[in-house]
Design a protein around this ligand. Structure first.
Ligand code: PGA
Length: 250
């Protein structure tokens, strides 16, 4: 595994004015000088350069929340992968459910974004997950394998790709799949990654969706779970850090 376990990433979503964002990352950076695992934050793009500057020598990954599939052009409001790099990002979230379902991004577009991220030298964190109706109707595995197949480049490496399995119905709802369910799904993702990418066996698979300090250690102790992608609970340094330590990171 290219990233030391646990891999704990915080997706700030559309939260964080400058003073709050810098206070949050400052509290994390001060503790992240010698990390045993991997810790990362994904602030709004308006804060990338300032967050990166505040991180300094601490071992925190800083990433963007999305990138366009083109490098430049007439795409008002969009941000390209090279622009993220230019702002100090090392990574980018791609295909988060709030973009797939809220903004209509389809599997093919998500696949092109992964390629754009890699082209720019970014680590892509590819988010996949089934909706509640797909879960209930037993279509989960099929949906996940279609999402992976469309977006995992065959030559992806354990250094430039991570997968975040986030059931859409678990994001921001306080509900999570059972531990058995998470184990089965991650096992399935591991198998499919092996089919779609040469380095599939080594690519980290994170769980995301209502992770909090109270459920983090059980989730991260589950087979084939290499870490977590955290939304709401990453907005407060104490709770985000305790999720990291619950995974054995400090
Ligand atoms: P949540 O969000 O932890 O608030 O459920 C997770 C995510 O959207 O990445």
């Amino acid at each position: 595994m290219a990233f030391a376990k646990p891999v704990v990433l915080g997706n700030w979503k559309m939260n964080g004015l400058r003073s709050e964002g810098l206070a949050l990352v400052g509290a994390l950076a001060d503790r992240a000088i010698r990390l045993q695992g991997t810790l990362g934050v994904f602030p709004p793009s308006t804060l990338l350069s300032a967050v990166k500057a505040r991180v300094g020598n601490a071992g925190l990954i800083v990433g963007g929340q999305d990138c366009h599939d083109q490098t430049s052009g007439a795409y008002t409001g969009s941000i390209s992968a090279p622009m993220l790099v230019d702002s100090g990002a090392q990574a980018v979230l791609v295909g988060h459910s709030e973009r797939r379902h809220g903004l209509g991004e389809d599997d093919e577009l998500v696949g092109r974004k992964v390629l754009a991220a890699h082209e720019a030298g970014l680590i892509a964190v590819l988010c996949v997950g089934e909706t509640e109706s797909e879960y209930v109707s037993g279509e989960r595995d099929n949906r996940l394998s279609v999402q992976l197949n469309a977006a995992v480049p065959a030559n992806a490496t354990a250094e430039n790709l991570l997968i975040a399995y986030e059931p859409v119905w678990a994001i921001g709802t306080g509900r999570t799949p059972s531990i058995d369910d998470i184990a089965a799904t991650h096992g399935f993702l591991r198998q499919k990654l092996g089919e779609y990418a040469t380095a599939g066996a080594d690519i980290a698979i994170l769980y995301g969706g209502s992770v909090k300090p109270s459920n983090a250690s059980e989730i991260m102790a589950t087979k084939d779970v290499d870490g977590v992608l955290v939304g709401g609970a990453s907005l407060e340094a104490e709770s985000f850090w305790s999720i990291y330590t619950a995974g054995g990171g400090a």
